[in-house]
Design a protein around this ligand. Sequence first.
Ligand SMILES: *Cc1c(COP(=O)(O)O)cnc(C)c1O
Length: 434
Amino acid sequence: MKVDRNLQLKKFDPQIAELIKKETNRQREGLVMIPSENYASEAVLQAMGTSLSNKYSEGYPKKRYYSGNEFIDEIEQLCIDRSKELFEAEHANVQPHSGSSANMQVFMACLNPGDKVMGMDLSQGGHLTHGSPVNFSGQIYNFIPYGVDKETELIDMDVVRKIAIKEKPKMIVTGATAYPREFDFKAFAKIAQEIDAYLLADISHFVGLCLAGVHQKPFPHADVVTTTTHKTMRGPRSAIILCKKEDRYQKKYHKDSKFNLARRIDRAVFPGTQGGPLDHIIAAKAVMLKEAMQPEFLEYQKQIQKNAQVLADTLRETGIRLVSDGTDNHLLLLDLRPIKVTGSDASDALEEAYIYANKNSIPFDNASPFNPSGLRLGTPALTSRGMKEHEMVQIGSWISKIVKDPKNKSLIKKTRERVLELTKQFPVYETLDL
Ligand SMILES: *Cc1c(COP(=O)(O)O)cnc(C)c1O
């Protein structure tokens, strides 16, 4: 019997169906400028809503603890093979549920509790899992933070080296969630090797730019790479770990283990920290990887960066100060202190105009993380809709006006109308409906 899945949901649970419809419409009508968000393709969404979600497949392809994994094995193997090919990696684990889990698994595979690790300070752009004291990372491991230079607002590699040589961490974590500039993986690797530290490149945010070659690629410099799959990769909410097979410090740090780096990563994922993999999500990741192998994907990534630069130029020209005075990647960090507006007021006013951005701490922010002095903006989702330089100029000028005058209700209303007109011209999820 042929069943219309959407119809079933609407019939059985109209309340949830209606809310899903409203959320889809919100994503259609608004300007999604939260840099960690994007629109997964309908093919990716389709793979997620399938019978694969019913299966248990603890273990790895051909080494499962459950029967009936003939097709799941093929799906996961395809996902692994595509990951290795795309990222030029010796080994891939596609089971991590999320970016945070992936980082946890890498730490578990390489470190012991209490070991020293260097990571970018959360308040300067790093991720929670890079050693924040409220996170497992900061509680289990001894994180030594590095940050940006107060004047240039860039990472100063001489300072990173000084801290590394003084502290001798066993691992250095690179990558961030709110750093608008490029990470010099090569320079980080040189420092890491000087002190026999592992280098983890967490490329969750700018992964797509790495693939397109508009950001330095993490391999061969990093020992391990983690990435989320739902940000610039435009896949399902999830993550992938990529690594070298052999551990360059096996004799020094893991001489009692009979497992190499790749095996230790796999064991840290399962059974170390996870049970059954999300097979429907792994299938969706495989679809995402196939999309990322198409030439259009590289064009898309390059456009994300171009759009971010035009947006940065536009905001700067209207007198908005940008942290580090610009961007190399897909995101911008606005310093609202000179215009005496808080991050919350700016983000609330923009939300009313259907422009979604997020309040964010800026380096050396004196304000609280709940109401910080910055605003983080990104271009991946708008670029997915086909928006280009022309639209960025337009949107930049709307944002500038609103953040300078966040209580101006008539300006907000007028802008919302123009946002609705604009988003109608760049439709998303046209065939996706409930
Ligand atoms: C988003 C992000 C993560 C965590 O991803 P989740 O899937 O939200 O757990 C980890 N590291 C960095 C740098 C990120 O930007």
